[in-house]
Design a protein around this ligand. Sequence first.
Ligand code: MN
Length: 139
Amino acid sequence: MDSTTSQNNIFPKGQLGSVDYFTGTVWVTPLLADDGVNHFSIGNVVFEAGARANWHTHPRGQVLIVTDGQGFYQEKGKPAQPIKKGDVINIPPHVEHWHGASANSAMTHIAITNFEKEEFVTWLTPVTDAEYKEVNLTK
Ligand code: MN
């Protein structure tokens, strides 16, 4: 089995994530929108090996449920945390962070993202190749 591409097929693979917000190949499938009753959105995100989100924050936090593969979650100024299928990550409001696949494995997560009015994410700078390489070397 080739772990560098996703084997997860619970949901459709979706649309390619924007190069403005991601490095590498990322697929995003919206599952639920903020409908005014649920003040959160749910999306399925597939990161191919080496792919990751930019640094970013959420005004009301976010929960990730990893459903396939292996990757990393890192808060600014802290060591990266390896994450794998079955892990649940509770991300506090306003904490700068990124999540993505490891260099040699794809990673899929469901993202449950709380809204503050219309806001749910503030995108920041990309995770550089140097930052990403360091994380992968130490794990
Ligand atoms: Mn996030």
